[in-house]
Unconditional design. Structure first.
Length: 211
């Protein structure tokens, strides 16, 4: 066997171009296999990190006649779902959002989500400090509240225990911090690749959630 291996290595060294193509091909195959296995593990093997995750349903719009898939739901459409969909205990809507975090001397670009007030209770994950969003905070003019991640709290604010009620400058506007999520909380899950937003239905106006 060792003789065969040495012979194979000598042949590969004689053909560097072929060897490079073979190595790249194998690397791509391994990468693709890893990605597929990670997706299967995340969706089928490992449960989602939320309470009663087997009862959660992710709803997306598809328009096959126009070859359009994974279309975001408009606020008006979401209200229609809330009114007409009786198969779910609770509904919530969310969408990815990027923010410019200002203040001090370290402005930075961060990612998060806009969510309805029902999303966090639906997922069954409570803030470690502070509270959930309130339904009345889903109205225009009262939506200046934010829940931040434990990661941001620790990294940017040195785990300040008095941070609830203070202001956070996002996109040039002040938001009041009303809660901090647990360190293990990760939402929206990048696994779903829902850059344009989505809607959860399950045990189951917009609010801001920093993750």
């Amino acid at each position: 066997m060792l003789k065969d291996i040495r012979l194979a290595l000598r042949q590969l060294l004689k053909e560097p171009a072929f060897t490079a193509i073979a190595v790249v091909t194998i690397a791509l195959a391994i990468g693709a296999t890893t990605a597929v296995l990670s997706l299967v593990n995340g969706l089928l093997v490992r449960p989602l990190p939320f309470r009663d995750s087997q009862r959660l349903v992710l709803l997306l719009q598809h328009f096959k006649s126009q070859n359009l898939e994974r279309i975001p739901v408009s606020p008006a459409e979401f209200k229609d779902y809330e009114t007409r969909a009786h198969s779910f205990e609770k509904l919530g809507a969310f969408g990815y959002t990027n923010f410019n975090l200002g203040g001090e001397d370290r402005p930075e670009r961060i990612t998060g989500a806009t969510v309805t007030a029902s999303v966090l209770p639906l997922l069954g994950v409570s803030p470690i400090k502070g509270r959930f969003f309130q339904p009345e905070e889903c109205t225009l003019g009262r939506d200046d509240v934010v829940i931040i991640s434990a990661r941001l709290w620790q990294r940017r604010f040195n785990s300040d225990p008095q941070i609830i009620g203070t202001k956070l400058l996002l996109n040039g506007k002040n938001f009041t911090i009303v809660g901090i999520m647990p360190a293990v909380f990760d939402f929206p899950l990048q696994l779903f690749n829902l850059g344009n937003g989505g809607k959860f239905g399950g045990r189951g106006t917009r609010r801001r959630l920093r993750v």
